[in-house]
Design a protein. Sequence first.
Length: 155
Amino acid sequence: MITKRDYIEYLISTPVNDSCANLAQHLDGVSHDAISDYLQRDKLTAHHLWEVVEPLLNDSEEAYLIVDDSVQNKQYSRKIELVKKQYSGAEHGLVRGIGVVNLVHSDGDDFYPVDYRVYAPDTDGKTKNDHFREMLVRALSDKQIKARTVLFDSW
């Protein structure tokens, strides 16, 4: 049996190979199919992520909030509705993928994602900057994050 906490902790600690098969290799008695079934059945939200990450933060006014966008390459997918052609810095060109805007907290040593948004302008009409602004406001007002320095690259 896999829980939301198990899956989120896995994603936080495994930035490169985040596949069901890789996770199954690290959990005793859990198959690739069980993980795949779990992901189809349960919805993971930014709130679930925050519940797991909040106690791990070493938050202070000297901490940082880092916003970055990424594209999850789905070049072979033809049926995932959020897949669209977009620029990927990792690929230095257009790819078929799902865009994600991430907000990460760092004390200078540890880095933890604290929020994320799927970039789907055709669905919600929001720009990456709209998502960034919403996440930043929420981090400071709702989550009471103390970090006062925000880092980001240009889009």
